[in-house]
Design a protein around this ligand. Structure first.
Ligand SMILES: [Zn+2]
Length: 409
């Protein structure tokens, strides 16, 4: 049986101004990840914007963010609350929809204003990543709710507060949702041409503290134990791992330590990122890290400590995930969009969901680019375009009785 979805897709055409107004409202609230007050304001605005959807709204506090400071101690920063909205948990198909509320632009960052670059291009903090996508998600669900097939789909929205720092505190909420749902729709921006991100690399962020012993560089140099030298050796050996295993890259990205040059430095901090393509690569990296740490720890008067870990597993496409992409491609074709999916080195909450075995598409948000910079932009016409894509995917899922493919590994 074929269904006519046009009335609900046409309804989305009428929502353009409302979606744009919502995007502007959300983008004008600073929600740098550590501005928990701003993130909570975004959460309140979203709860209000979602009211027409119905569903049970929960405000969920998350654990504070821990960050190693330049003294080698862990600082704690409060994060905004997550917002979860659930409707029809008894429906045959359960869909998880996720979008983050935070941005990379701190409250004191110069980039705070939205401005038009031309009549279709909006430049502003978080417009593409991913406040425009939040409006796309909400409106696609509204179209589904207005359609006669809504009863087939139960849904669960998660607005999380910490994606831009790797979702350390909301990861547990994503894993929890994965227990209940069949598939995921995440509203990161698509590529500027509308293509989607397919496979994604895994990623780990690490901090290292080396402690040595301070001494006067002139009178008692022999009593000192130089933390900078030990860190330099560690980083050199770490960087030498590059090229030793296919798909694994290591980027030492930050270093801080020492002070006056007449004192042997007793403290040095560094941070690095690892990207990998296969889950097995994690164990390989861990083995080498353990070996390098042991070598430094064996030195007289020197200690080294590692913090952090692999927060994002690589996203591989299961059979079910392939089928989900094919569905998106077919829906795109019906709407006159050509959609492909391409691998990327970047990570997002789609990695976490895939690691939990849930097929998902994680770039269903607006078309845009130059994210994480003051040149971030979105194509405003993509608000309705992408809301229609999501709505059509949802309505096709709702009207199809063949759901066996969702279990394909
Ligand atoms: Zn994002």
């Amino acid at each position: 049986m074929t269904h006519d979805f046009t009335p609900w897709l046409a309804w989305l055409d009428e929502q353009h101004q409302q979606m744009l107004d919502g995007t502007l409202e959300l983008a004008e609230i600073n929600s740098g990840t550590l501005n928990h007050v701003g993130v909570n304001r975004v959460g309140e605005a979203l709860a209000r914007l979602c009211q027409p959807l119905g569903g049970e709204v929960e405000i969920i506090p998350v654990a504070p963010y821990q960050h190693l400071n330049s003294q080698g101690e862990l600082d704690q920063f409060p994060l905004g609350d997550a917002v979860r909205i659930r409707k029809r948990p008894e429906a045959p198909l359960q869909v998880f929809l996720c979008g983050h509320m935070d941005t990379v632009f701190a409250v004191d960052h110069p980039f705070q204003q939205v401005r038009w670059l031309d009549e279709d291009t909006l430049n502003g903090p978080g417009v593409a990543d991913l406040k425009g996508g939040l409006m796309v998600m909400i409106n696609a669900l509204m179209a589904l709710e207005r359609s006669p097939w809504a009863d087939q789909i139960g849904w669960e929205i998660l607005f999380n507060p910490d994606e831009e720092i790797g979702s350390p505190s909301s990861a547990a909420l994503i894993a929890d949702a994965a227990e209940r749902v069949h598939l995921g729709m995440i509203y990161e921006p698509s590529f500027p041409d509308g293509n989607l991100a397919g496979e994604r690399k895994g990623s780990g962020n690490f901090s290292v503290v080396v402690r040595g012993k301070a001494a006067h560089a002139g009178r008692e140099h022999h009593l000192g134990r130089n933390a900078i030298r030990a860190m330099a050796d560690f980083i050199a050996a770490l960087d030498d791992l590059n090229g030793q295993r296919e798909g694994v890259t290591i980027n030492p990205g930050f270093i801080e330590g020492g002070g006056a040059v007449n004192i042997v430095p007793d403290l040095c901090i560094s941070r690095f990122n690892i990207r990998l393509e296969r889950v097995e690569d994690e164990a390989w990296c861990q083995q080498h890290l353990d070996r390098l740490l042991a070598e430094i720890n064996d030195r007289d008067g020197i200690s080294i400590e590692l913090h952090g870990g692999f927060g994002r597993k690589p996203k591989k496409l299961s059979g079910a995930n392939q089928k989900l992409f094919e569905l998106a491609r077919d829906c795109g074709a019906e709407l006159g969009m050509s959609i492909a999916w391409l691998p990327t080195g970047g990570c997002c909450d789609g990695n976490n969901l895939a690691a939990a075995g849930i097929p998902n598409i994680d770039t269903l948000g607006v078309r845009g680019g130059k994210i994480h910079s003051a040149d971030e932009y979105m194509f405003v016409s993509s608000l309705t375009e992408r809301a229609k894509l999501s709505a059509l995917i949802l309505m096709k899922l709702a009207t199809s009785t063949d759901r066996g493919w969702l279990g394909e590994s």
